[in-house]
Design a protein around this ligand. Sequence first.
Ligand SMILES: Cc1ncc(COP(=O)(O)O)c(C=O)c1O
Length: 420
Amino acid sequence: MASGDPVSALPRAGRPGDELLAEMTAGRSGDLDWRSGKAFSLVYNAADPSLEELQHQVASLFLHDNALNPFAYPSLAKMEGELVAMSADLLGTEARNGALTSGGTESIFCAVQTAREHARTQLGIAEPTVLLPSTAHPAFTKAAHNLDIESIRVPVDSTGRADVAATEALIDDRTALIVGSAPCYPYGSIDPIEELAALAASRGLLCHVDACLGGWLLPFWAEVTGPIQPWDLRVEGVTSLSADIHKYGYAYKGASVVLYRDRSLLKHQFFSFDDWPGGFYGSATPAGTRPAPPIAGAWATLMHLGHEGFIAKATAIAEATATIAAGIDATGDLRVLHDPDMSVLLFTSAERSITSLGAAMTKRGWKLDQVQEGLHLMVSPGHREVADQFVVDLGEAYAEAEPAAEQEAAAAPYAGRAIS
Ligand SMILES: Cc1ncc(COP(=O)(O)O)c(C=O)c1O
């Protein structure tokens, strides 16, 4: 619970910093405690004190700088270019074919905007549509809404993955973009990217892979756990991809990339305007003023970890995921849905109330997200230390949970920011 009475107007006299810090620190007591290792969303806990220390130093070094004008900040422009280049190298395109954004939602917005402009200028489609698996992140529907184009959700198949035949059946002369996820947020499953991309390519359409979640883990996951199906820009027909550095790239918030197979596509998201007394204005993404700390922080994070650091993190995640999945299985009733391809587990129960099970875990300090079909976990390196305890607590919580009711309580909001 945030402390203090609600502020409704600017105070007449300013208040001392130490007093404010004390109040804000107290106010944080009800906030998500991700350092405990008991939370499974929102923060990807790298459990790496030296990395965190570096990130704090970098954030304060660049705190007041503005990446709006790259000519004023050559150091930021260089780091930004290198972040895109490192991502492009990892994910299968050329160094110049992308842009840094503030997060997955903005990267997806850019890709949908590009698809709309490509459809209008190259395909002659005035009112383009986007085909999405039902598991695709809401950011696609939001982008389509804000860009005033239609998005159509296609139910996924019985494995929780995009249904290629059903997608094909819905392609018409307005279709501009086909989307797949690597992996999708709900189930951690990778859509059949090669088939979706082939479908798009055979009709001259664009194909976007949402790797916001997996982009900075799957390449290392494959090295640690064994081959996974091709899913990135190396797949023929994939034309764009989003990958968040602030998720499994372990940077603090505000860093993602949108990448294209071809630089001519990237240009559809550029904007410039020279009929303004304030001077020439140009931008590569929707934002104007951009905070420098996420750029510098993401750069320092990738450079500090290096390939070996990412392998070590993927190893920790794989071990924790295996322990937790085995613990779920050991109850004999709880079941992970749709055979995830990565470190995301959505599990359900045939016999117990999921709401009651979640509450019993909350009582033991765990913070699991309840969604429509069960309890949702995204495993981070920090979970390796607590995975055994999770299994013990899950067993106890399961024994304590009430039998399944006919009607479960509604799922907690994924992103419940009040809209009024
Ligand atoms: C698969 C996927 N895509 C997109 C997003 C949106 O990312 P952001 O919240 O950084 O905007 C998320 C967030 O969890 C995600 O899991």
